[in-house]
Design a protein. Structure first.
Length: 272
């Protein structure tokens, strides 16, 4: 079994200081939180940025500042979001302009869905453009799967030459509007990904630990962080992003699943 790749998602687009007073929102805070998670064992950092008020943003300047600050501290693999921002008037191209910063990975949400109270829009045209832009920039997409058809869509994009195999899937289970974070759902999804793919799982809410444990046992990888969860356990807010990473590292030790270094994660994920 491959070593375990831990991704940290420090910030996301939706969590506010009301939900967690310590969530890192500004470039310096994000870089510091990524670095703490890296020291705890994370090999990949999934990055969102916010504007000065802490609202969702796809500002190229904010991404550049954040990426530079992280790169000054460590060589963690950077995975930049392409999810856009709630209510922002963005073109398709605005959502991947930051591929110019040469991250090694980017997220790619292969379908449209209700996401809480909003519509998370990812049209076929956008996905083709993003896939081609990522191929041209040498950036590996992480295919985020919130529901079954997201896999079918990704396989179709691969057939069209907009995605290069082997594919890397990130199952995001437990979002309101997507599939629930249950073991049955994860098993069902896993049966549909092509052999040779790599996969990781995000359990939102009470499914976080059970699905992480399944990934540890089944050869998958795990994403943790305050983008996905702000509670460490029921009624107990997490202290910081590193605390989530530390718990997965402890669990991995119990499962005798060594944690991948950044260099090992690059090999596992097929990054150049
Ligand atoms: Zn994200």
């Amino acid at each position: 079994m491959e070593k375990l790749v831990i991704t940290v998602a420090t910030t996301g687009a939706v969590t506010s200081r009301k939900e967690h007073p310590e969530i890192p929102l500004h470039p310096g805070e994000i870089a510091e939180s990524v670095y703490e998670a890296y020291r705890a064992g994370a090999a990949v950092a999934h990055i969102h940025v916010r504007d000065d008020a802490g609202d969702p943003s796809m500002s190229l300047d904010k991404f550049r500042e954040t990426v530079e600050l992280v790169r000054e501290k460590c060589d963690i693999i950077l995975n930049l979001t392409t999810s856009g921002g709630r209510g922002l008037p963005l073109t398709d191209e605005d959502r991947f302009a930051h591929l110019a910063l040469k991250p090694e990975m980017c997220s790619m949400d292969c379908g449209t869905m209700n996401f809480g109270e909003r519509i998370f829009s990812n049209s076929p045209q956008f996905l083709r453009k993003l896939g081609k832009a990522a191929l041209a920039a040498g950036v590996k997409p992480e295919i985020e799967v919130f529901d079954t058809a997201f896999i079918t869509n990704a396989l179709r994009l691969a057939q069209e030459g907009c995605l290069a195999e082997p594919l890397h899937f990130q199952f995001v289970l437990g979002v309101r509007g997507g599939m629930d974070a249950t073991p049955e759902n994860l098993l069902f999804l896993l049966r549909q990904v092509p052999a040779g793919s790599t996969w990781s799982v995000i359990g939102i809410g009470k499914g976080h630990l059970p699905l992480s444990a399944m990934a540890l046992h089944m050869g998958g990888h795990v994403r943790v962080g305050m983008e996905d969860n702000v509670l460490y356990r029921r009624r107990t807010p997490v202290k910081n992003n590193a605390q989530f990473v530390e718990r997965i590292v402890r669990l991995a030790e119990e499962f005798e699943r060594p944690v991948a270094t950044v260099a090992e994660a690059r090999k596992i994920l097929g990054l150049a």
